[in-house]
Design a protein around this ligand. Structure first.
Ligand code: NI
Length: 202
């Protein structure tokens, strides 16, 4: 990712943006007073996108396995690469049970994240990572289904732009229902342990 790292101001903007997004996301998804799983009925739903091989992928294609889903963008200078490494490591830590978990990366920046760009980027992470892009409308639909916030942030000092975005991981069940989510600061070990609990792997 070093070739993507911009000037210091760009990194500073990204860090501040990531912090704001994390707080907003936490407030939006924190469990309610009675421990109600407020996200259960709210997160997830139909989407239609295109994977890094150019094949159409819908939410139905993820049925039958758990899906670990993260929204971000390939030009992200810091948070997304770390998150995708964490997600990939967690799936590997599960050993053979990891085969029951499909890691999924969905871009919030389809203008730059073409199918070709997603293929190049995904190759840096898990070999089974499904990297999804689409039209602006398709991406907006997927983000809405998962209650993911994203916003383009222009930087007058650069020709490139950043994207503010929710940085949570969502674990969806084989039935497509929301199971749980993880904050961006979760470790691979913590994530793997929680997933192991959920999927009942020994
Ligand atoms: Ni990011």
């Amino acid at each position: 990712m070093s070739r993507r790292i911009g000037p210091p101001v760009q990194i500073a903007v990204a860090l501040v943006a990531a912090a704001v997004v994390a707080v907003v996301a936490f407030l939006a998804l924190a469990p309610g007073p009675a421990g109600r799983q407020q996200g259960k009925a709210l997160v997830g739903g139909p989407f239609e996108l295109v994977d890094q091989r150019g094949e159409t992928v819908t939410d139905q294609d993820l049925r039958g396995r758990y899906a670990l889903i993260y929204f971000g963008y390939t030009y992200c200078p810091d948070v997304c690469p770390t998150s995708l490494q964490t997600m990939s490591a967690a799936v590997d830590l599960l050993g053979s049970a990891g085969d029951r978990v499909q890691p999924v990366f969905i871009t919030v920046d389809p203008a730059r994240d073409t199918v070709e760009q997603m293929a190049l980027y995904a190759a840096n992470f898990h070999p089974r990572l499904l990297a999804l892009t689409g039209t602006e409308a398709q991406v907006a639909g997927a983000a809405k289904a998962y209650r993911v916030y994203y916003q383009r942030v222009d930087d007058s000092a650069s020709t490139e732009y950043l994207m503010d975005h929710t940085s949570l991981y969502y674990l969806m069940g084989p039935d497509g229902e929301y199971v749980t989510h993880f904050g961006h600061d979760v470790t691979a070990e913590e994530m793997a342990a929680r997933i192991r609990d959920v999927i009942g792997a020994g």
